[in-house]
Design a protein around this ligand. Structure first.
Ligand SMILES: Nc1ncnc2c1ncn2[C@@H]1O[C@H](COP(=O)(O)OP(=O)(O)OP(=O)(O)O)[C@@H](O)[C@H]1O
Ligand SMILES: [Mg+2]
Length: 241
């Protein structure tokens, strides 16, 4: 479904993503991990069309989508969340999610129905009429997933949607993501919370200085010496703090 082939993204002299390849099939949940600045968000931005890569191609659903605009890619069924969530604060939760739904329809009633469905999937029905600005961080993160879901994606890129959540909230979102995957939506997940990655992902890809240093099942990745040195050691000491 998604084939990322050797993408490179440079910012001036800095190579943020270097010759990165990845493939994902329908219903897959793949974790993308790595230290701060490894290039995870940049890879998302290339895949979703926010950045044009300096080299490499992205294929989605059998089509070369390299260089298409984010809205065109979204219409093809690829949605992403943003690491830094900025809902339209004055709009209601429902209205924010309707913005996602308008990717596929111009009809207000249809958009509303799709948005309500997405809110239901995220357990947010009760919050529909609230102003988005009144949501606590956990609610905003969920809203971000609901907005992406309302675009009816086949592939969802989630960028640290569990960061800053309490443990019980994290467990709830894990369960919701699992349900989305059971509906056939493929998920590429960037997450520093290892509990989340380990419990959701069937496969983990590790980025370090823009390059893929490992790929495998969670049980293999946690034992990979290079991964421990580059990243997991740091996560463990974070957890100890
Ligand atoms: N728009 C930009 N302009 C210049 N440099 C950038 C830009 N976006 C990212 N970078 C740089 O590219 C590198 C990769 O950043 P990126 O945000 O992709 O990392 P990340 O893996 O998502 O990190 P984090 O875990 O902190 O979110 C970093 O060195 C970052 O400073
Ligand atoms: Mg990031």
């Amino acid at each position: 479904m998604l084939e990322v082939q050797g993408i490179v993204k440079q910012f001036g002299g800095l190579t943020a993503v270097n010759d990165f390849s990845l493939s994902l099939d329908r219903g897959d949940i793949v974790g993308l991990i790595g230290p701060n600045g490894a290039g995870k968000t940049t890879a998302f931005n290339v895949i979703a069309g926010f950045y044009r890569p300096n080299a490499g191609r992205v294929h989605f659903g059998g089509r070369d989508i390299t260089g298409l605009r984010p809205d065109q890619i979204c219409k093809l069924g690829l949605a992403r969340t943003f690491q830094v969530v900025r809902p339209f604060g004055a709009l209601s939760v429902l209205e924010n999610v309707m913005i996602g739904a308008y990717a596929r329809t111009n009809d207000k009633a249809t958009a509303k129905a799709k948005a309500e469905e997405a809110l239901e999937a995220l357990g947010m029905t009760d919050l529909a009429e609230r102003a988005a600005r009144d949501l606590p961080i956990a609610g905003r993160k969920r809203l971000e997933i609901a907005r992406a879901l309302a675009t009816e994606p086949q592939l969802l890129l989630l960028d640290e949607t569990m960061a800053g959540l309490r443990s019980a909230e994290t467990d709830e979102v894990i369960e919701m993501v699992r349900k989305l995957s059971q509906r056939g939506i493929a998920i590429l997940l960037v997450e520093h919370v290892m509990k989340v990655v380990m419990s959701l992902a069937q496969r983990i890809v590790v980025l370090h200085h823009g390059e893929k240093i490992a790929e495998g099942q969670p049980s293999e990745i946690v034992r990979d010496r290079q991964v421990i040195d580059a990243y997991l050691g740091e996560v463990e000491s974070d957890a100890a703090r």
